[in-house]
Design a protein around this ligand. Structure first.
Ligand code: HEC
Ligand code: HEC
Ligand code: HEC
Ligand code: HEC
Length: 410
């Protein structure tokens, strides 16, 4: 996939780049002279605590500079640097650093790499880069840690502009930021949750992985086995889901296009929907009586069962227009629609912890019906009217193209 320009107002991540000035890399080169002391003339940080900026997404750099300037992100060194930068300068230096090669090997960096922190602290735990890789690629559902790869890309080469590249970053800096997200010194809706659930050992493993991803490239990632409690729920849920099979299929792969597939859907999201069909917060004459008969425990068990089933997808024709809108690249509706990717993810798997459903491979007719219902206010059980506001500026044909694109996503 090509890098996709996301220049919309991404409220979830607090990204406001709709009016970002476009940067001039050559002007930026001159203006970046003051940054070189720490971030290197080639964008490779001069020491472990200075992050590499070479090849980072320009929008991400601008967003961070604004955050340092307005105090959303705190750092004693960066605050004064950012405070003095007008927006145009931010855009220019960002364009300059973004233009540099991400892996720009720096001879000075090697020469200054003397004080290895490994010698400073007594190593009670020997970090395991293969464990870091597993967590990076598969996450750990039992602890609600999303797979980092879904946002930050393979080995940290992120394909979506709102997600920073982690590849070729100093491992010490990665560990430091994970700590910052964990203790909320740095705030980001998504990262605070994931880092918050990581242990000190996880963070050390992750940093060890980024020290040299190639070293463990040959090791296959290991999935964490689901906890016994979850397994019990799945077994109990299977029996209780028998009444749902007529419409949603035995394994949650509804054969009929108007019935949603439930296979592989996030359990939390499923529970929320069932509760709301029951309470009437989500209105549907077919589902209301089905949900009315279920206790909270039934709902939890059935949801665990469907979440554990494999989603069956087919090779369907996709939509380029739908893809553009999904990733926020449609200029005609720029600024009005928050890119779907911000919440439903690069692969359409949603974000379980945030209650954002998976939409990849869902039945097209169902997707279309839901988008129309949100647009017309017939479905209004979305937190903060997230989906109602997103769909309000979509035309009927935008909705058709989006449904086609999402149904074909794998
Ligand atoms: C005195 C050293 C120093 C100078 C000079 C400096 N920085 Fe930084 N910069 C840092 C440190 C330290 C951090 C990491 C802060 C943290 O840990 O959160 C940082 C972080 C950043 C980040 C965030 C990177 C990321 O991956 O999130 C950006 C962007 C940045 N600096 C841009 C600049 C620019 C542009 C300049 C020049 C105008 C500059 N810096 C000058 C020390 C410096
Ligand atoms: C749902 C998408 C998503 C997932 C999954 C995700 N991240 Fe992030 N990550 C982000 C965003 C967005 C930011 C930028 C936050 C900001 O703007 O300050 C970020 C920032 C970071 C940073 C700081 C980078 C820098 O240059 O300062 C690190 C390190 C990081 N993530 C590591 C991880 C790890 C490790 C995982 C898996 C356990 C992970 N992320 C999972 C979205 C995600
Ligand atoms: C007679 C057919 C039928 C049966 C039986 C049925 N459903 Fe449904 N289900 C539907 C329809 C139709 C919808 C879509 C409602 C809408 O348009 O909002 C739906 C939607 C759902 C949703 C929302 C999915 C999403 O992606 O938001 C869940 C969850 C669900 N059903 C669970 C169940 C469970 C659990 C059972 C068994 C206890 C069940 N259903 C039995 C027809 C059925
Ligand atoms: C700010 C976050 C956010 C953004 C941006 C967003 N969504 Fe959603 N979406 C949600 C949430 C939350 C729900 C579930 C609402 C609920 O609890 O019923 C949802 C539900 C949906 C559903 C219904 C899924 C189902 O199984 O019933 C579809 C389809 C959907 N979104 C498509 C999109 C499309 C297309 C876009 C971009 C045009 C988009 N979303 C942008 C948060 C978001």
């Amino acid at each position: 996939m090509k890098h996709i320009l996301i220049s919309l107002v991404l409220t979830l991540f607090g990204i406001n780049i709709a009016v970002a000035a476009s940067g001039d890399a050559s002007a930026g080169k001159t203006k970046a002279a003051t940054c070189a002391a720490c971030h290197g003339a080639n964008g490779i940080g001069a020491a472990d605590n200075f992050p590499n900026l070479a090849g980072q997404h320009a929008d991400y750099i601008v967003k961070q500079l604004k955050a340092f300037k307005n105090g959303d992100r705190n750092d004693a060194l960066m605050a004064p640097m950012a405070a003095g930068l007008p927006e145009q300068d931010m855009a220019d230096v960002a364009a300059y650093f973004a233009s540099l090669p991400r892996d720009g090997a720096s001879p000075e960096a090697a020469a200054t790499d003397t004080g290895s922190p490994a010698t400073a602290a007594p190593a009670a735990y020997v970090p395991d880069p293969a464990a870091g890789k597993s967590l990076y690629e598969l996450g750990d559902a039992s602890r609600s840690i999303a797979a980092c790869i879904d946002c930050h890309g393979k080995e940290g080469h992120s394909e979506v502009l709102i997600y920073p590249n982690l590849a070729n970053q100093h491992p010490e800096y990665i560990a430091k930021q994970l700590h910052n997200f964990k203790n909320k010194a740095r705030t980001n809706y998504a990262m605070n949750q994931f880092a918050g659930a990581m242990t000190e050992d996880d963070i050390a493993d992750m940093a060890a992985y980024f020290a040299d991803p190639a070293a463990v490239a040959h090791i296959k990632s290991r999935k964490v086995a689901p906890s016994a409690a979850i397994t019990d729920e799945v077994i109990a849920g299977k029996a209780k889901a028998a009444t749902c099979a007529a419409c949603h299929g035995n394994d949650g792969n509804s054969p009929v296009a108007i019935y949603p597939k439930l296979a592989g859907q996030n359990a939390q999201y499923l529970v929320k929907q069932l509760q709301e069909f029951k309470s009437g917060a989500r209105k549907d004459p077919v589902m209301a009586p089905m949900a009315a008969a279920l206790s909270d425990q039934d709902m939890q068990e059935i949801a665990s069962y469907f979440a554990a089933q494999k989603l069956v997808t087919a090779d369907l024709p996709s939509s380029d227009i739908g893809k553009k809108i999904y990733f926020g690249g449609d200029v005609s509706i720029k600024g009005k629609v928050t890119a779907c990717v911000a919440c439903h993810g690069v692969n359409g798997k949603g974000m379980p912890n945030a209650g954002f459903p998976a939409i990849a491979g869902q039945n097209e007719a169902y997707l279309k019906a839901q988008l129309l219902k949100f647009k017309q206010g017939q479905r209004d059980n979305d937190y903060n009217t997230m989906m109602q506001s997103v769909t309000s500026s979509l035309s009927a044909s935008d909705i058709d193209e989006l449904a086609k694109y999402m149904a074909a996503m794998k």
